[in-house]
Structure formats: structure tokens, C-alpha cells
Design a protein around this ligand. Structure first.
Ligand code: 3EB
Length: 322
């Protein structure tokens, strides 16, 4: 008789203030993500600096493993894994990869091949950061070109099995696409939001290649990885240039997604970490106040300056419910 497989342990995920050098000395640290030009990050395969300026530079995103951690490189991708969860990151210079489309295609071709061949073949979650995301008119907009390259690099992929994702514009003028993500040994279940058209079904008006992501991913360890969520209802942006109304609509979308997995927003808060991306960092205190007013026991909030992929949107959130 074969032994039953032990149930996987959840990924430890949260925001911490311990210096990165100290965190990376801890054996269970799978990844440390720092934000902005001034984040102090040692040279380590588990450490990644994201090119978005934080409102509080001492806050780090920390992933913790539940078994010994291995690290490595595969071409321009780097990774760390405890056998159940895989952290990976790839940074691609647009200048040497045919612009944003070519950079996205290269990043996704590389990461898809690496993850598929690994012991953790299930892509759960991706974060994408690119410069000047709203630059270009109509189908020439850089976000739409990114969507083209991403879809090409992902290759044939069933619509109902896309990973959860975020795509945000960096504001530092650096034309390097950054993609980092999470894969796992056990598959997750993608979750869609009944208030929103699935992104892969967006009509032609939003670009020739629909965005390839799920609204959320429920992991085998019952964590909900929440994709970038903004004031989009159906497929249309709501409340153009009205920050407070956009926050309320975004929170309604979050509540609707949580309802799909029977989690009450009040229970959600105490076990959740959220990021908020702000087109204008001057909106930070208003956004923080509004989020804490709705979710008073929020486990952590990380505020980042970043452009949302539709120019009329001012704010977007993503996060994890653990
Ligand atoms: C939206 O709902 C807002 O292209 O990976 C949110 C999350 C958005 C992920 C992506 C885009 C992406 O369409 C934008």
C-alpha cells in the first residue's frame, strides 16, 4: 500500500519590516520583494527589487517556505523552491528584445517552459511591471502590446486555466519588464467574478489580444490569490477620474470575488494582505483611509505608486487571503 500524500502547507505570505539582510539569513525565507530605488536588498536569488516607488520604503513582501529552500538560475530566470511552492522572477530589457511585445513574449516563453518542466508545474500567480503602460494610442498602447507578447509567449493555454495576475506601470522610466510569480506542485482553481466579464473575453475594443488572467486563484492550501482589481464592471471602466467612487467599486468587486468562495469580507480582513497601486501617490492617505474604513482589521496594506493599465483608472488593489 502506498502512503497517502501529506497535505501541502500554505505559503507564508505577508509584509514585514525586518531588514532584508536579516530576513535572507532565515532558512525558511523563499522570497523577499522590496520596492523602489531605495530598498536595501542584498544580492540573493531570493531577493527582488520591483521598480515601483512605495509610500513606506521599509515594508517588504516576504514569502515563507515550509521545507528546505533550494535556489537556482535558468537562463535569465531565477527561482527558489521548497518543493511545494516556487518563486521565480525574470527581468527583460526591452531594448534588446524587440520592445515591450518581444520582451513579454520572451519572459512568458521562458517562465512557462521552466515552470512546466519543474516539480511545481502549476502557475498560480503573476505580477507584471512595465514602464509607460498607457503610452501609445489605440492598439499601439504599450499595455495592449504587452498583452500580445504575453499571450504569444504563454502558448496554447485553455481560457479557463489562466493564472491570477497583476499588470501595472512603473513610473521610473526604466524600460525593463519585470515579471515575478508563484507556481505550485498542486494545482489551484481559478475563480472568476460574476460582476466582471472574464478578462480573456473582453471585447475587441480593448485590444486585439484579450488579457490572459483569472480574477483570482484558490490554491490547494485554501489561500485566495486576488488579481489586480479595479473599478471595472462588466468590461467597462466606471467613475472615470473619481477616486472615491473607484475605491468603492473596487471594494464591491473584491466582495463579489470573496462571495464566490464563501468568505465574508469581515472575516477576510484579518487574514489578508492588500497592495494598492496609485496613479497619483498624493492619493495615498485617502486610499488607505477608505480601505481601512471598509476592512478595519486588514492584516497589512502596501501602497505603491503605479499606473493602472487603463488610463481612466486611478487605483487598483491586489492581495492574498490566507
Ligand atoms: C482589469 O480588470 C484591470 O493584464 O494582467 C487587472 C489585473 C488588470 C491583471 C493583466 C490587468 C491585468 O482589466 C486591469
Amino acid at each position: 500500500m502506498t502512503e497517502p500524500e501529506p497535505l501541502p502547507l500554505p505559503l507564508g505570505i505577508g509584509y514585514e519590516r525586518t531588514p532584508a539582510s536579516e530576513l535572507l539569513g532565515q532558512a525558511d525565507v523563499l522570497a523577499v520583494i522590496g520596492f523602489g530605488a531605495s530598498a536595501a536588498l542584498p544580492d540573493d536569488l531570493r531577493a527582488l527589487r520591483v521598480g515601483l516607488e512605495p509610500l513606506d520604503a521599509s515594508l517588504l513582501e516576504v514569502w515563507r517556505a515550509s521545507a528546505p529552500v533550494q535556489t537556482g538560475r535558468a537562463g535569465d530566470l531565477r527561482w527558489s523552491s521548497d518543493g511545494e511552492h516556487l518563486f521565480f522572477a525574470i527581468e527583460v530589457d526591452e531594448a534588446t528584445h524587440g520592445g515591450i511585445t518581444g520582451a513579454a513574449e520572451h519572459a512568458y516563453r521562458t517562465l512557462a517552459a521552466f515552470v512546466a518542466a519543474s516539480a511545481t508545474p502549476h502557475l498560480l500567480r503573476l505580477w507584471n511591471y512595465l514602464d509607460a503602460i498607457n503610452l501609445g494610442e489605440g492598439d499601439a498602447e504599450r499595455y495592449r502590446q504587452f498583452c500580445d507578447g504575453r499571450a504569444r509567449g504563454m502558448g496554447a493555454h485553455p481560457d479557463t486555466r489562466y493564472p491570477a495576475a497583476t499588470a501595472i506601470g512603473r513610473q521610473d522610466g526604466v524600460r525593463v519588464l519585470q515579471v515575478y510569480g508563484l507556481a505550485a506542485r498542486h494545482a489551484g482553481v481559478p475563480v472568476e467574478n460574476p460582476r466582471q466579464v472574464s478578462a480573456w473575453r473582453y471585447p475587441r475594443q480593448y485590444g486585439p489580444t484579450a488579457p490572459t488572467f483569472a480574477r483570482g486563484m484558490l490554491t490547494a492550501t485554501s489561500q485566495l490569490l486576488i488579481s489586480g482589481t479595479a473599478a471595472v464592471v462588466g468590461h467597462a471602466s466606471q467613475h472615470h477620474d473619481d477616486l472615491v467612487a473607484q475605491i468603492d467599486e473596487t471594494l464591491a468587486n473584491l466582495a463579489s470575488l470573496l462571495q464566490r468562495i464563501d468568505v465574508d469580507p469581515s472575516r477576510f480582513a484579518a487574514h489578508s494582505f492588500l497592495k494598492a497601486y496609485l496613479r497619483d501617490p498624493a492619493d495615498a492617505s485617502l486610499v488607505a483611509q477608505a480601505l481601512y474604513a471598509h476592512l478595519p482589521s486588514l492584516g497589512g496594506l502596501l501602497l505603491l505608486a503605479g499606473d493602472i493599465c487603463r488610463s481612466e483608472l486611478l487605483v487598483e488593489i491586489d492581495g492574498v487571503h490566507r
